[in-house]
Each structure stands twice: as structure tokens, then as C-alpha cells.
Design a protein. Structure first.
Length: 547
């Protein structure tokens, strides 16, 4: 129980006792103050986590700011840095990461849009003409003339049609001895299986492109009268990956080393039977060619049990160049180990942390926050970078040095100027710490015109896998995970190069088996997504402008 002294009692104490009591109480007050601050920090962190949880669960994920909130200039150490145009932070869900402007008012449809939409599709012409006697009855003898046809169009959908392709192979034997031959014929895609390139491509297109679980594909095939189980399909995918498609994967892996800039990311995945306790987390890593190389894109997945540095170390063993990543430390470890590998940072990850910190501030006070100004600085950087998307490598680098670099330098100068003033804990401290620790990596794009400002291209590349993962929850075995990585890689590479995945897989599974006995893999060059030797029907039709 705390002792309480009256004024009269204190007046009777000698000086030394009063000093001792005061110092004791001062120590208690300091300890209580420390505990209170710790509780406040913990409460602030919990409140921030709760706000972000509510936002992520129920709110929109974009990081846009209204046009009315745009700044025109700011002051850094007495220097005025101008932002001459209204900026808007880009929507992370938008197709292109550098599209930072607010959506323009909806435009009227361009004339000829329908014709542009169906350009490249097969057209079945059906004529509707009147007979001579019908026209004479309507207009009289020679009383009419033919005008240009009125044309009406509609889509016709032809459902899947499954047939059995039965090959009768001539077998011949000698009348004199046991010598026997067979007529030349295509080998089965998988020994002992009825699967064909077209059926395998349909399963791949369903599961790996459209994220349809195998049990639903099983039901779909059942409706067509096919007795194909999910176990059959799972076995096919593993064998096709190991026997055929893995060859193309390895070929693409070697080609990836030719790119001066690549990008990397990873996402967790559960594998049911990998020799570890149930629920152990594995990872699907993704490596892709740099976003600026849009003509010949490569996207590769790799399954690994952990997120250890040894995995990218091995995958990138023979790679020399620049790798764009988030702030994950293992990539920085690799850079320190090698002189021929440079790591570039991701501005989206930087911006996301500041946006998270801004979100926990009540809306009424956000404009007064330092975070509001920081977000606008990032807007300005993205706005100027967005103008350079169609520039050549050399021109982009020059404009980055002239226009973007001063904005980036001002951004970091502002962070360093204000870093001592911010709280020691919470989301704002996390954002400041991340940005300042990543400064050298976030500036790499200013040194090379081929380095993108962020790693959004990798995040988009891994999105297809993440969507599929939500549908089927986990992969059953390590072999299944490895085959899934191979098939996802080819599917995403095909999509990135504007191919139709079903047709491309059918073509690969028709052509690759013809070369199983080849001594080298040179034939794969003609099967690459950008090869001029690919049949034209594999490419998606290029829509006309509609003008």
C-alpha cells in the first residue's frame, strides 16, 4: 500500500530525508513514464494493424490521390523543387504500373470498334439474297438495282467435340523368316496412355491458364462422356513436364541469361507431401526478363522448399547483369558475393509502405501529415517516369538524369531532413527505415535506361499462379510442384508474347516428341514464342485500331 504524507509530516522531515524521498519518486515517475510510452507505442501499433486489416479486408487496394490534392512545389533545405503538373499515384491493379493519371471521362466508342474486335477471327459467310422472280414481282421487269450488302454479324460458339483418333498401323512380316516391320506412325504422347497433344493442352489450359481445379475438369470431361479422373490428369502433367516441357523450360532458362536486366519475386505455396510436417510452407520463385524488353519476354517459375539465398544463387549462377527485386535481403547477399550482379530496388514496395502509414491516420488529418507530402513526391517521380515508357534506352536514361533524378534526390533529402522528427515505432518509422535502407537500390534505375522503376512486372507474372493457388489450395507432391513450375512458366511466357496458350501447348506437345532422340536441342529455337516458324494460328489476332 502506498504511504501518503501530510503537509505537516513533510515539514518535520529533515533535508536529507526529503531529498531521498524526492529522488525515489523521480525514479518511479521515470519508470512509469517509460512503461506508459511502451504501452502507447504498443497500442499505436495495434491500432495501425487493425486499421490496415480493415482496409485490406473491406477497402479498395488502390493508392490513388485526388487531383485536387496535388502539390506544385516543395522546399528542401531552402531549395524550391517544382512539380509542374498534377500527379496521381498509380493503381496497383492497373495493367501498366506507370499509368499514374486519374481515369479520363469515358469516351464515346470509336466507329468500327466491332469490326476491330473480330479482326483475325474465322468468318463463315451466309448469304441471304432474293431470287430474280421475287425482285421482279416487287419492282417490275428490270426495275431494280443491286446495292452494297447490309452485313449483320454475331458470334457463334462451337462446344468442345471429342473424337477417338484410331490409328491403324500396317504390320508386315517375311514369309521366309520372323522378320517383321510396321508402317511409320506417330508415337503415343505418353506410353500406355490415351492422352493426345490436344487433350493435354486442354487440361493445361484449364488448370494453369484459367485456374480451374482438376476435380472440376474431371466433371467437365464426364459431361462429354470421357472417363478421365483427376489422378489421370495429375499424372499426365507430371510426366509431360518431365519428358517434354522441361526441355523447353531449360532452354528458356539459358536464354534468360542473355538479358541485361531481369526481375525476380517469390510467393508461398503449400505442398502436401514434401517430407516435412503438414502445413510447412514452400515457395514458388519467379524470374522474368526485364519489363523494358517487351518483344521477347521470358517468365520462369521455380519451386523450392524454402526462401533461402541458396536458391536464387543457384538459379542465377551464370547470370551477369541487373536483377530488379523487392527489398528481400537474400538478393542483397548475392550482390555482395558477386561483382557481376547488381540489385535494383522496387519503388512500388517503397510507396506501399508510406501508403500503409498514411492509411492509419484519420482522413481529416491526412493532408496535414508529412506522409501526404511524401506520397506526392513519389507521385511526381512516377509521373515523370511514366512519360518515358516509349522512349529508346538512351533517351530514357538521358531524361531520367535530367528530370527524374532531381526528384529522387529531393525525395531522399526530405526523408533525411525529417527522419529525426518521426516516432520511433509504428508504420511511419517502418516506411522511413525501408526507404532509407533501400536508397542505393532505389536509385539504380537512374543509371540504366533498361531498368524499370519497380518490380510490378514480376508481381503480375506471379499473379496467375496466385489465382490458381487460391482455387486448389495446395500441390500434392514435390514432383507435382516442379511440373507445375515448368508448365506455369511456359503458359505465362506464351501469354506475355501474345500467343494462345492452348494452341501453343498443343503445338509443343506435337513437335517436341519428334525430337526425343536428337543429340542437341537446337530444334527448340524454332518453337520459341517469338519464332517466325510458329504457325500463324498460334498467335492472338492483332486487333485493328478501329479508326
Amino acid at each position: 500500500m502506498t504511504i501518503k504524507y501530510t503537509k505537516e509530516q513533510l515539514n518535520k522531515f529533515d533535508k536529507d530525508l526529503l531529498i531521498e524521498l524526492f529522488l525515489g519518486m523521480q525514479g518511479q515517475m521515470e519508470e512509469l513514464s517509460r512503461q506508459t510510452q511502451a504501452l502507447n507505442d504498443r497500442m499505436q501499433l495495434m491500432m495501425e494493424q487493425m486499421v490496415l486489416f480493415q482496409k485490406n479486408r473491406f477497402g479498395r487496394s488502390s493508392e490513388k490521390m485526388a487531383d485536387s490534392e496535388q502539390i506544385r512545389f516543395m522546399e528542401v533545405d531552402g531549395t524550391i523543387v517544382f512539380f509542374n503538373e498534377a500527379e496521381a499515384v498509380c493503381d496497383l491493379d492497373a495493367p501498366e504500373p506507370d499509368d499514374l493519371e486519374l481515369k479520363a471521362p469515358k469516351k464515346k466508342k470509336q466507329p468500327g470498334k466491332k469490326a476491330a474486335d473480330i479482326a483475325g477471327l474465322t468468318v463463315k459467310r451466309i448469304d441471304h439474297y432474293l431470287k430474280e422472280e421475287e425482285l421482279t414481282a416487287e419492282f417490275g421487269e428490270n426495275g431494280w438495282k443491286q446495292l452494297p450488302d447490309a452485313i449483320s454479324r454475331c458470334y457463334q460458339f462451337i462446344p468442345a467435340n471429342v473424337v477417338i483418333e484410331e490409328h491403324h498401323i500396317g504390320v508386315y512380316s517375311s514369309k521366309l523368316d520372323e522378320h517383321m516391320i510396321k508402317a511409320p506412325h506417330p508415337r503415343n504422347l505418353l506410353h500406355g496412355s490415351l492422352v493426345s497433344p490436344s487433350l493435354a493442352a486442354a487440361v493445361i489450359n484449364g488448370k494453369y491458364v484459367n485456374a480451374v481445379p482438376l476435380y472440376r475438369l474431371e466433371k467437365e470431361f464426364e459431361r462429354y462422356g470421357l472417363a478421365i479422373t483427376r489422378q489421370n490428369m495429375a499424372n499426365w502433367m507430371i510426366r509431360l513436364g518431365e519428358e517434354y516441357l522441361g526441355t523447353m523450360y531449360d532452354y528458356l532458362h539459358k536464354l534468360l541469361y542473355d538479358y541485361h536486366v531481369i526481375q525476380a519475386d517469390e510467393t508461398p505455396v503449400l505442398v502436401n507431401k514434401d517430407g516435412r510436417p503438414a502445413g510447412s510452407q514452400s515457395y514458388m520463385w519467379v524470374y522474368r526478363s526485364g519489363f523494358m524488353y517487351r518483344d521477347r519476354q521470358i517468365i520462369l517459375y521455380e519451386y523450392q522448399k524454402t526462401r533461402n539465398a541458396s536458391h536464387p544463387r543457384e538459379f542465377l549462377r551464370d547470370y551477369t547483369g541487373i536483377c530488379v527485386t523487392d527489398g528481400y535481403q537474400v538478393y542483397h547477399t548475392l550482390e555482395k558475393e558477386r561483382e557481376n550482379l547488381k540489385i535494383a530496388g522496387c519503388w512500388v514496395h517503397c510507396r506501399r509502405r508510406f501508403n500503409d502509414a498514411l492509411e492509419v491516420i484519420p482522413k481529416a488529418h491526412r493532408k496535414e501529415s508529412i506522409l501526404h507530402l511524401i506520397m506526392k513526391q513519389i507521385q511526381a517521380i512516377y509521373r515523370e517516369e511514366g512519360k518515358l515508357s516509349d522512349f529508346s534506352t538512351e533517351d530514357r536514361l538521358m531524361q531520367r538524369q535530367l528530370v527524374v533524378k532531381p526528384l529522387v534526390d529531393a525525395f531522399f533529402a526530405y526523408l533525411k531532413q525529417n527522419e529525426p522528427k518521426i516516432p520511433k515505432n509504428g508504420k511511419i518509422r517502418e516506411a522511413f527505415t525501408y526507404a532509407l535502407n533501400q536508397e542505393s537500390y532505389l536509385k539504380v534505375f537512374l543509371e540504366d535506361g533498361d531498368v524499370p522503376i519497380d518490380n510490378n512486372a514480376s508481381e503480375r507474372a506471379i499473379r496467375g499462379f496466385c489465382i490458381g493457388k487460391k482455387n486448389w489450395e495446395m500441390i500434392d507432391t514435390v514432383n507435382g510442384a516442379n511440373s507445375s513450375a515448368i508448365i506455369y512458366s511456359i503458359a505465362e511466357t506464351a501469354k506475355a508474347n501474345n500467343l494462345k496458350p492452348f494452341d501453343y501447348f498443343e503445338y509443343l506437345l506435337t513437335e517436341i516428341p519428334k525430337h526425343v532422340d536428337d543429340k542437341n536441342t537446337d530444334f527448340l529455337a524454332e518453337l520459341l514464342p517469338w519464332s517466325d516458324m510458329l504457325p500463324e494460328n498460334i498467335r492472338k489476332p492483332q486487333k485493328a485500331s478501329g479508326k
